[in-house]
Write a protein that binds this ligand. Structure first.
Ligand SMILES: [Zn+2]
Length: 459
């Protein structure tokens, strides 16, 4: 009954094909949450896949629903002793559309296929493979030790790919039932495929639409040019006051007050390697920042779309209207409720009061981040070093967005995410895949973490 025996059992589970079988069964269920015809599949994933798996591990399960949710949630708990540490975990069983017919070599998104040291299938990275690894590692630790030595609460959501409707309300309504001492869960990508990673929060997003409606209809540019204002020119100039010519954000309320020292120190060890993607533009974004600081430590703003006139068929007229959608991704330190009002004041001050602002339907969430020097982070990092011999990347928050505020703010837990995927996994496109090396290492990492939780967890 040792730590290494638990890790060995987890690796054996992988090597025997047992993890592949788990993931294959789950990928075989077309749980597309954006497809109304799949509603029964969503419920069935919980009833006939997750529930039996969790009950076999000694969990008590119940389905939770909320009127604002689009799908059911499964809540499972395994309490050995209320005095022990309670770990909260989360996974989502829904996936984005399969995009059948668009996969390489005619691959079927609903059949897990091994190929080139990867497993291909819809949901294998986001998120079925990731929660399957965690549940399998939990099983291996339980079988090795005969007990866990800690309590577990597990929440499986079926609406994450629709933006997690109702998740916040559900967690607020069942705060005492759901709350644990720490969240340890898996989603999202590692910093680099070969490097174990911990991230402790996420950036958040606000989209805002800018529009100028000058008048009814277009007017001939030969007769009216120089006399009538052009909304396209006005909107382009307005945007240029929001983000400078090299992508620097110029609205102070859109930026955090500073990059904390502990975040800077953690990111100094997180060099990006975007070798598989387009070349990075070094002069773009916040001047003087490293690439990691730009993505993980700071805000970034984009123009997602800009329309004026008829782009498919330009005519010799002053267009009556221009419209753009901008997006702000922000970190802790930016007040989400201040973002749009600050933009309004900024535009008014500079004379752009003709620009109207509106926010597309969205839930405004705060950004979250746990200090990289928090005791739980240091504990988890030490466990991963002990298991893999590799120093994990410690990302204060993900560059992308997860509903982490529900866990960190509403449920009030420190949040540790241990991703078992990488940026090139094509999670929302055809050819979603999971490298087998990450899956196998993920089994070991999770077995080590669960083992260590039963030994001595931070107070
Ligand atoms: Zn996703």
């Amino acid at each position: 009954m040792t730590r290494s025996a638990a890790i060995q059992r987890a690796q054996q589970y992988f090597d025997d094909g047992a993890l592949f079988a788990d993931v294959a069964r789950r990928v075989g269920r077309p749980t597309e949450s954006q497809n109304p015809e799949r509603a029964a599949e969503l419920r069935d994933y919980l009833d006939s896949e997750m529930r039996p798996t969790l009950e076999a591990l000694g969990f008590t399960c119940r389905v939770l629903e909320h009127p604002r949710a689009k799908g059911p949630f499964l809540f499972a708990e395994r309490i050995e002793d209320p005095a022990l540490t309670t770990v909260f975990s989360y996974g989502h069983g829904d996936v984005v559309p399969g995009m059948e017919g668009r996969w390489r070599d005619g691959l079927d998104p609903w059949a897990l296929t091994p190929k080139d040291d990867r497993w291909y299938g819809r949901g294998v990275a986001d998120n079925k493979g990731q929660h399957s690894i965690n549940l399998a590692a939990l099983k291996c630790v339980l079988e090795t030790r005969g007990k866990l030595g800690f309590n577990v609460k597990y929440l499986i959501e079926m609406g994450e790919e629709m933006g997690s409707p109702g998740l916040l309300d559900l967690c607020a309504a069942h705060r005492d039932l759901l709350r644990g001492d720490v969240l340890i869960a898996s989603d999202g990508p590692r910093l680099l495929a070969e490097r174990p990673t911990l991230f402790m929060g996420s950036r958040a997003i606000i989209n805002v639409d800018l529009e100028i409606n000058a008048r009814e209809g277009g007017h001939h540019s030969g007769n009216w040019g120089g006399l009538l204002s052009n909304p396209g020119i006005q909107l382009a100039n307005a945007i240029a006051t929001i983000v400078g010519p090299t992508g620097r954000i110029l609205v102070p309320e859109w930026l955090p007050p500073a990059l904390p020292d502990s975040v800077r120190r953690a990111l100094a060890d997180c060099a990006l390697d975007m070798a598989d993607g387009p070349a990075i533009d070094p002069g773009w974004g916040e001047p003087g920042f490293t690439a990691a600081e730009k993505v993980y430590g700071w805000s970034s703003a984009e123009v997602l779309a800009f329309v004026c006139g008829n782009p498919d068929k330009p005519v010799h007229a002053i267009p009556p209207r221009a419209w753009a959608r901008m997006q702000l991704r922000y970190v802790v330190g930016v007040d989400p409720d201040a973002v749009v009002p600050a933009l309004r004041r900024h535009l008014d001050r500079l004379g752009y009061d003709m620009v109207t602002l509106s926010s597309p339907r969205q839930e405004i969430a705060p950004a979250t981040r746990l200090d990289p020097e928090h005791p739980w982070v240091q504990w988890a990092a030490a466990s991963i070093v002990r298991t893999t011999g590799k120093k994990p990347a410690l990302l204060p928050n993900l560059g992308g967005t997860l509903p982490n505020h529900v866990f960190s703010d509403t449920l009030g837990m420190p949040t540790l995410w241990v991703p078992h995927s990488y940026a090139g996994c094509s999670q929302h496109a055809p050819n979603e895949h999971l490298p087998v090396a990450i899956a196998r290492e993920g089994m070991a990492i999770m077995a080590g973490l669960y083992w260590d939780l039963g030994e001595k967890a931070p107070a």
